[in-house]
Design a protein. Structure first.
Length: 314
């Protein structure tokens, strides 16, 4: 499939069937922690990048398959709401299935009224809020020229006023950048204005655009929980496990996932173990087959964690 991938395990959404509505990489920001590499040229104009009927047809086919899916998640190779017609896709998807629909977004375009309206029918919207000051916002999210922190907050506040679904704000916690007491107090003040249903603290566990993006120490994570929970319910989601049981073609499935984000080697091996229980030799053979396909390579981070990425990635 061209647009639909997974289901993949998501820290926030369990088994999530992804729908990617953008050509890579199309984004309004260039975050230091991005898993998709640097933003070459900012994209700020909303477009129907692919025919909406084509995308919906793939969703229709995917939901007809008997697979354990907790959420259908619109998530772009960049900023999802750049897709003009996301509202139509959400509406039509909800007519097809009772599986709830989520939208992962950086939230930048919520400052536009038509974007806010298009997201109203989603069951959950997950925007980012990584900073409580313009300086830190520019340092972490590196938005397109002219896009301000004030505009970002205003968009989130305006959306909350009209949105009745679940607003789960995501805070990417980066060691030495936004895990200090001062930075967290600023984020808490911003969250007070936005009034999300919950705040999800997420960590830069995957290879990032900038090599100095580090996981916070236990102390930073504890501080974030404490400070942010004074203004909102804080969730630090536990990682789910990937399910490959309904996969017809493993190489295609792993290709679709790694095109969107790096895949942890441990997670892949665990999913293969569950697919072929008590057959470690077969699992190894599958790993060799996957690597032999020439479509992937592995990278090892400084913490020793191994990830699968597309072979074409630098
Ligand atoms: S992390 Fe998301 S918002 Fe930031 S640059 Fe990457 S795709 Fe864009």
């Amino acid at each position: 499939m061209k647009y639909v991938f997974g289901p993949v395990s998501s820290k926030r959404l369990g088994q999530s069937l992804g729908v990617d509505v953008l050509p890579p990489k199309s984004c309004t920001w260039n975050c230091i922690y991005c898993q998709l590499g640097k933003t070459g040229e900012y994209v700020t104009e909303r477009r129907e990048f692919y025919p909406r009927e084509e995308i919906l047809e793939e969703i229709r086919q995917a939901v007809e398959e008997p697979a354990a899916v907790d959420w259908i998640t619109f998530v772009g190779s960049g900023e999802t709401t750049l897709y003009k017609g996301i509202g139509w896709l959400i509406r039509e998807t909800r007519k097809l299935t009772s599986i709830p629909v989520a939208v992962i977004t950086n939230g930048s375009l919520l400052s536009e009224e038509d974007v806010r309206e298009e997201l109203l029918e989603a069951d959950a919207v997950l925007p980012s809020l990584n900073a409580g000051s313009p300086e830190l916002f520019d340092r972490i999210d590196r938005p397109c020229p002219g896009f301000t922190y004030e505009r970002h907050i205003e968009g989130l506040v305006e959306f909350r006023k009209v949105y009745r679904g679940m607003l789960w704000v995501e805070v990417m916690l980066i060691a030495g950048v936004n895990d200090t007491a001062e930075a967290l107090q600023d984020i808490a003040s911003a969250l007070e204005k936005v009034r999300p249903d919950t705040v999800h603290i997420v960590l830069p566990t995957r290879p990032s655009t900038e090599s100095d993006v580090r996981l916070p120490a236990e102390e930073g994570l504890a501080r974030a929980r404490l400070v942010l929970s004074q203004v909102a319910t804080v969730v630090h989601p536990v990682k789910g496990s990937m399910n490959l049981k309904n996969t017809a073609d493993i190489i295609e499935t792993v290709t679709a996932i790694t095109r969107r984000h790096p895949l942890q080697d441990r997670e892949l091996r665990h999913a293969l173990d569950e697919l072929i229980p008590d057959e470690p030799d077969q699992v190894e053979r599958l790993i060799v087959r996957l690597l032999g396909s020439g479509k992937f390579k592995t990278v090892t981070l400084q913490d020793g964690e191994i990830y699968w990425v597309p072979a074409s990635d630098a």
